[in-house]
Design a protein around this ligand. Structure first.
Ligand SMILES: [Zn+2]
Length: 257
């Protein structure tokens, strides 16, 4: 399984910066998990192949690229882009993004081949298949309805937490799923902003360390979704905790699991 966190922030010389303003993971070049930088950072091959987009939640940094991605493809689609989301997230997108005020309601528009967007509603705990992988959404603990995911392709199984504070269902679900080849988990704020992390349902390095006590990884754990303004400080604090097997997921790098 190939996984890439798409870049979202560009240096003045045009190269990708490690800071992550948006969240969009592409797996096997043909399915996206979240769509923050989807329209702006995909390769041509990825743009041609991605027709399944799985959303963890509707916060802007996770969906900003979705309207623009569909817009780019509008005239050429021969089948709708499938947006896999919980019923709550799909309703938020229709009400707050695709509402004609923020962006056109693509669900009411057709190109010459038919509809351009199709919502595929998932339920947490119920596995579904898309673009050659099996996906089990699991409810996590964020300010708004949010899912993490267990993703399997027959030989590899990875898990990603999305945005979250402390979780129980997620750890139980990945414990039941069997061997996990890689775990991706957020750490949005440094320890000194614990109050803000609490109010916005995110983790700090201290709280991440306690969460990983529930999991006790013997495979790599990759840290994602660090607020760019605090990235260096968060990394310093994560490293000082010396939690086994923890690494920072590099923006833009293609990982093979
Ligand atoms: Zn969020």
């Amino acid at each position: 399984m190939r996984l890439q966190l798409l870049p979202s922030t560009i240096e003045t010389n045009g190269s990708a910066r490690q800071g992550q303003h948006f969240t969009c993971f592409v797996i096997n070049d043909n399915i996206a998990f979240d769509a923050g930088s989807l329209a702006t950072s995909v390769t041509d091959v990825q743009r041609d192949n991605i027709r399944d987009i799985v959303l963890s939640h509707a916060h802007l940094d996770h969906v900003a690229g979705l309207p623009l991605f569909i817009d780019d493809l509008f005239a050429t689609l021969t089948a709708p882009v499938r947006v896999h989301a919980s019923a709550e997230v799909a309703a938020i997108l229709e009400r707050d993004i695709f509402n004609w005020s923020i962006y056109p309601r693509f669900s009411e528009l057709n190109n010459e081949n038919g509809p351009v967007i199709e919502y595929c509603i998932f339920e947490d705990g119920v596995r579904f298949r898309a673009a050659g992988v099996e996906i089990t959404p699991v409810r996590v603990n964020h300010k708004v309805p949010t899912s993490g995911f267990i993703i399997e392709d027959g030989s590899t199984r990875i898990a990603m937490s999305g945005d979250t504070a402390e979780m129980d269902d997620f750890w139980r679900a990945i414990g039941e799923a069997g061997e996990i080849d890689a775990l991706l988990i957020e750490c949005a704020f440094p320890n000194e902003l614990g109050g803000l992390a609490n109010a916005s349902y995110h983790l700090t390095p201290e709280r991440l360390h306690s969460e990983l006590e529930k999991y006790r990884p013997d495979r790599p754990v990759y840290i994602i979704n660090m607020k760019p303004a605090y990235r260096d400080r968060i990394i310093e604090q994560i490293e000082s905790n010396r939690t086994a097997n923890v690494e920072i997921l590099e923006v833009g790098r293609v990982y093979e699991f």
